[in-house]
Design a protein around this ligand. Sequence first.
Ligand SMILES: [Zn+2]
Length: 223
Amino acid sequence: MTLPLHHPEDQLLIGYASGQERAGKSLLVATHLAYCPDCRRRVASFEALCGSWFEELPCNDHDGLDALLDRMDGLLAAGGAPAEAKPSRPLAAGSLGGRPVPEPLRSWLPEAIDTPTDDGSWREISKGVWLSGWERTLSGTTICLLRMASGAPVPAHRHTADELLLVLQGAFSDEYGSYALGDVAQYVADTDHHAQGASEEDCICLFLLDGELIFLDEEGNPA
Ligand SMILES: [Zn+2]
């Protein structure tokens, strides 16, 4: 498997390692870790740093220590899984074209997400670009799947807070780079970017949005 080239920013990895990051972004980071040995090592070292930092504090708050250790255990269980997801039933829960989506995301997906585009599970937002009918909200972050056919451009849009994408199948590109399996693309509020599918098969991404998604008309005004 090709290793990811685009990684979450350190700030996000540190937030994840310390248990301070919001649940939606933690789900994306934990899923990226299944693809990325480099980030697994970085998170492990951040976790070790958090641990030694804590040991230097006066040890009179045992409740706090227990809570921190519980959280570390939870993080390791969620994010420490090896990349080698075992081959699974084709089109089982949370699979893409028979290729399993890694945990922890896999447990979240209710059914095969590689379903035909005309069965109502995908909502076409422009020609060759779909959002999944499957959608969740975690601590204020909206989570769904974005699907782009080869060469299909995502319509111009603006967002009022962070947008994060994790590639689960195929590849896409925009003015900032090319993104393939396991890669993370992060855009801060008000970033203009023009993504389009860049693989023969449809590109499918985990799509996280903290604020509003506003589609724009040709003049760049809210449509
Ligand atoms: Zn990485």
